[in-house]
Design a protein around this ligand. Structure first.
Ligand code: CA
Ligand code: CA
Ligand code: CA
Length: 350
């Protein structure tokens, strides 16, 4: 009979090592699973955003062709502080008249876009209707559509103006490109605040937001970026160079000159400065943005959910600076915090 030591199949150490290895493998596969779930959400969100982008792009492109004439300009021919008066001012040269006319037509077209593609309740609120019509003389019936759709719903219990840009994004497509809605699965459209106004939904169940113009966006691959990498605004000459190289198709004559740096920062956005013109631009394209995994957009937009948008002609000026942060000027779309970094949007070619 041979002696067989009573040795367990595994020593305690072996067992512990095995358990540890299994635990590590399990946690690795959990991480892999969770990251693949995140990846799936990102992928799904990109897909939804690109469908929205296609639908909005078809609407936006037609503004190149929309004509606005001199006689559509609003105002008093005798008052040069109004668009019509600015163009009609006596004693100006034909060249200057032409330059001013192109400026005003561009502003009028931008204002038309603002009305047809509103991004917040203030832009469709009836209280602002008279001022809107003063800016551009034509009646725009689509505004009534937005007003009727949103009226009585923006004061819902869980927050005034909640999700207004997301809801208007849906309403814009439903109104101006309704066939496009058939491209969306039911899970891509929802009503997160339960007010009866639908929103497009990202992979984390949050509404997908809309900025008609976002000149301050850092990470755009579609439109020129007006900021340097350190967050400072480019100089007026650099911006002007961008403007010339990247003329907006809407700006048919690539007209006008930008404001000076001083004017740009001090412009309180409620005053039209006839002799100085407007900052105007280079190519701008609507921004469709998901907040990403962190659920926050981290972008500057003083108009979002505040109702605070000035209702003068300068509000058709997309290049407005209203605030500063860390002594840096903020334009719509500028980053406010690092929360912007995981956003998913249509300005990145993917
Ligand atoms: Ca809402
Ligand atoms: Ca809603
Ligand atoms: Ca984010």
């Amino acid at each position: 009979m041979t002696y067989k030591p009573n040795k367990p199949a595994f020593t305690l150490v072996e067992l512990l090592v095995t358990i540890t290895i299994i635990a590590i493998l399990a946690s690795m596969s959990l991480v892999a699973l969770s990251s693949s779930r995140t990846q799936a959400k990102i992928f799904r969100t990109r897909s939804t955003i690109m469908k929205i982008d296609t639908a909005i792009g078809e609407i936006y492109e037609q503004y190149d062709e929309r004509s606005i004439g001199e006689y559509d300009l609003a105002g008093d021919p005798a008052n040069k502080a109004t668009p019509l008066g600015y163009v009609k001012e006596s004693g100006i040269s034909a060249t200057e008249k032409s330059r001013r006319l192109q400026q005003m037509l561009l502003m009028a077209k931008r204002d038309l876009i603002r009305k047809e593609m509103p991004q917040n309740w203030a832009e469709v609120d009836s209280a602002n209707d008279i001022k809107l019509e003063n800016v551009y003389g034509k009646n725009v019936p689509v505004r009534t559509y937005y007003y009727n759709a949103m009226s009585g719903k923006v004061d819902s219990a869980d927050g005034k103006y909640k999700n207004e840009s997301a809801e208007l994004l849906y309403l814009i497509i439903a109104n101006l490109n309704p066939e496009a809605l058939s491209n969306f699965a039911s899970g891509e459209i929802g009503d997160t605040d339960g007010d009866g106004l639908p929103e497009f939904i990202d992979g984390w169940g949050n509404p997908i937001k809309f900025l008609r113009w976002a000149p301050g966006l850092y990470d755009s691959e579609i439109q020129p970026v007006v900021y340097n990498l350190d967050g400072t605004l480019k100089t007026i000459d650099e911006i002007d160079e961008l403007r010339v190289k990247n003329a907006d198709p809407i700006d048919v004559s690539n007209s006008g000159v930008p404001l000076s740096d001083t004017d740009r920062v001090t412009d309180d956005a409620t005053t039209w400065i006839p002799d100085k013109g407007f900052v105007r631009g280079w190519f701008l394209y609507p921004l469709i943005v998901s907040c990403g995994p962190d659920g926050e957009d981290g972008l500057y937009n003083y108009a979002w959910e505040s109702g605070d948008i000035p209702m003068s002609i300068t509000s058709a000026n997309p290049f407005m600076i209203k605030d500063t942060k860390d002594s840096k000027p903020l334009m719509v779309g500028s980053p406010l915090s690092d929360a912007y970094k995981d956003n998913i949007h249509n300005h990145k070619q993917r």
